[in-house]
Design a protein around this ligand. Structure first.
Ligand SMILES: [Zn+2]
Length: 333
């Protein structure tokens, strides 16, 4: 197409339906193509702008939805974390109260330890000195009412409570370990003391505590001559039980015309006890016997005027007065 063809005129006739006049529009080919191009350009640009707008709108919508979801998630997380923080605060508070209660118990245990030490005064005082605790007034007042305004605690206060509670627990743990160690030592000493007590012939070997003939010089019941009585005679009924006066080992069981059926028990520290005139013996040489264990029956065998127990305590083979070993007794005059 050359320039001339662009110059060619085209006539457009617009015929209205009614009696209106006909409109003739003359356009050159170039103008027509220019108009068509302009129109296409306008349509293309508008379409592109529209598409761009639609894309942006869709992006904004998606972004908004996404942000809204994230916000909701964050709100939920925050709510959950707030609930957790509240729960932790309450737990710290509970722990601090428990620490105070444990502290009170530790003080009670210390007082108990003091009481125990009074019972065993010779027990060696070991470990930390026992501090006398003031009476726990808080516990006495705890039964009262509660109230007052609710003041929110700050994070700093919660941290301080947690820190103080942690220190209190650490200190309590140390004190309890020390207490446990001292209690173990006290128990050991009390057991040793108990063992020593069990080794000493401090138990009445009979049900009766009536001494009919004491240790020492007396008129012999058979000859009426002055003689030395190396034990005590305790009244009793035939076949009353006779008990070991202390822990020990049976040294001998025998019979002879003088002592009748008789038992000798060996104890610690060179001590022996001797039980005579028994009606029956129930232990054998070498038997280990416990304090209070029945070893035979009261009788009147051997050189005896009637049922009684002749009881002797020997120290390194020498007779000694059993009286001081025995708790208070009555004596038949
Ligand atoms: Zn006697």
């Amino acid at each position: 197409m050359n320039y001339k063809s662009f110059q060619d005129k085209l006539t457009f006739i617009i015929i209205p339906e009614a009696n209106g006049s006909v409109v003739r529009v003359k356009l050159s080919r170039g103008a027509l193509w220019g108009a068509i191009f302009a129109l296409l350009l306008l349509v293309g640009t508008s379409g592109a702008i529209y598409l761009q707008h639609m894309h942006s709108a869709a992006s904004v919508y998606l972004r908004t939805t996404e942000l809204s979801g994230k916000k909701s998630q964050l709100e939920q997380d925050l709510k959950h974390k707030n609930a957790t923080i509240e729960q932790l605060k309450n737990e710290i508070h509970t722990l601090s109260k428990q620490a105070a209660e444990v502290g009170t118990k530790v003080e009670e245990m210390k007082r108990l330890e003091q009481d125990l030490q009074k019972l065993a005064p010779e027990a060696k005082k070991s470990g930390n000195p026992v501090s006398a605790a003031p009476p726990n007034e808080a516990a006495d007042l705890a039964a009262g009412g509660v109230g007052g305004p609710a003041i929110a605690v700050t994070a700093e206060q919660v941290r301080e409570l947690a820190s103080v509670t942690g220190q209190k627990y650490a200190s309590l743990q140390t004190e309890m370990h020390a207490l446990e160690s001292r209690f173990r030592e006290s128990k050991k000493q009390l057991l040793e003391k108990q063992e020593r007590v069990h080794q000493i012939p401090s138990l009445w070997p009979t049900l009766s505590r009536i001494v009919t003939s004491p240790y020492g010089y007396r008129k012999d019941p058979f000859t009426s001559k002055l003689s030395f009585h190396k034990g005590i005679d305790i009244a009793g009924k035939l076949n009353d039980p006779v008990y070991a006066a202390a822990n020990g080992v049976v040294h001998s069981v025998g019979y002879d015309k003088l002592h009748g059926h008789n038992i000798v028990i060996e104890h610690v520290s060179g001590l022996r006890t001797w039980y005579m005139h028994l009606n029956r013996t129930d232990v054998h040489k070498g038997d280990r016997v416990a304090k209070g264990q029945p070893i035979g029956k009261l009788g009147t065998t051997g050189r005896s005027t009637g049922p009684h127990l002749h009881y002797e305590v020997l120290h390194n083979g020498k007779s000694t007065d059993p009286g001081p070993y025995l708790p208070a007794h009555t004596r038949k005059e």
